[in-house]
Design a protein around this ligand. Structure first.
Ligand code: SAM
Length: 274
């Protein structure tokens, strides 16, 4: 039962009163969810938003209600607009002390962390480090839509297992009414075409609310998978990057030398080229 069936933005005819920008399929639910978050915050509390990009009504409401809003984003621009973040930083290394915030919010951001080589467990470990014990993490993500494979496939059991090491309580709520089949988004197709089990699946917004437990074991980077380590080494241009580039270049020159040798042999032997 999608939570949006109880949404206050739903008219008596069951249609959504929020007008989302064209093409932003799940936006009306995202706006309604963020609107709900705002009612949880009290004056004097501290709220961090991860991946705020260029949009967050929570920032404005913070001024009006009297809670302190901070935002981080890994990019200085989002879709051509400057970020509203108070700090430019990645979730992998949040520039705030332990247990600093009463709430940590991430709206439509977690599904993109891996694009910046952030291991999801490491990102969550940082998120819960800056959240005080008993504080709430409010994370919403699209499912069967775009982002990392975990979110496109909609493996909720695995998603829940990522939060479990940090949580006293976990709530998952599905939002979207009416659920229509997946929009043909290019990023989605990459995963979608190869997975018949996803055909005809509806995309929706998942609202994840997690209460932080008192004792949390933080993620140890040594546990990062080998592929993440290699990807990171390549992106950070460590010596492995230069070795790989050198390997590719020498392979290419070898293969062109091999191609030259083959055509020379063909000429010698008068074998017609295919
Ligand atoms: C789809 S946008 C959502 C922006 C905004 N929350 C909204 O709902 O309009 C995703 C945002 O997450 C940010 N982001 C992605 N990976 C991040 C990371 N590792 N650390 C911090 N921000 C990240 C992106 O830069 C982008 O601004």
């Amino acid at each position: 039962m999608p939570a949006c069936l109880d949404c206050r933005h739903l008219s008596s005819q069951g249609t959504c009163r929020i007008v989302a920008p064209p093409g932003r399929f799940l936006r009306s639910c995202v706006i309604a969810i963020v609107d709900e978050y705002a009612h949880l915050f009290r004056p004097g509390q501290r709220v961090l938003e991860i991946g705020c990009g260029a949009w967050s009504p929570l920032k404005e409401q913070g001024r009006a209600v009297g809670y302190q809003w901070e935002g981080i984003d890994v990019n200085s621009n989002y879709m051509g607009k400057p970020t509203i973040a108070t700090r430019l930083a990645s979730v992998e290394s949040i520039p705030f002390p332990d247990a600093h915030f009463d709430f940590v919010v991430a709206t439509q951001s977690m599904e993109h962390w891996e694009e910046y080589c952030v291991n999801l467990r490491k990102g969550l470990s940082e998120l819960f480090r800056v959240l005080q014990p008993g504080g709430w993490a409010l994370v919403n993500v699209p499912i069967h839509f775009h982002g990392g494979p975990l979110f496109v496939s909609g493996n909720l059991r695995r998603l829940r297992s990522l939060f479990e090491p940090f949580a006293d309580e976990i709530r998952f709520e599905q939002w979207r009414n009416p659920p229509t089949p997946l929009p043909a988004v290019r990023q989605t197709l990459r995963h979608y075409w190869f997975k018949p089990s996803l055909w005809g699946k509806s995309s929706y917004v998942l609202d994840i609310r997690v209460k932080r437990k008192a004792q949390v074991e933080y993620f140890n980077c040594r546990r990062l998978g080998i592929l993440t380590k290699v990807r990171r080494a390549l992106i950070d241009r460590t010596p492995l990057y230069y070795l790989t580039v050198a390997g590719i270049l020498s392979f290419e020159s070898c293969s062109s030398a091999w191609g030259d040798a083959l055509s020379a042999m063909r000429t010698l032997l008068s074998v017609p080229a295919a």
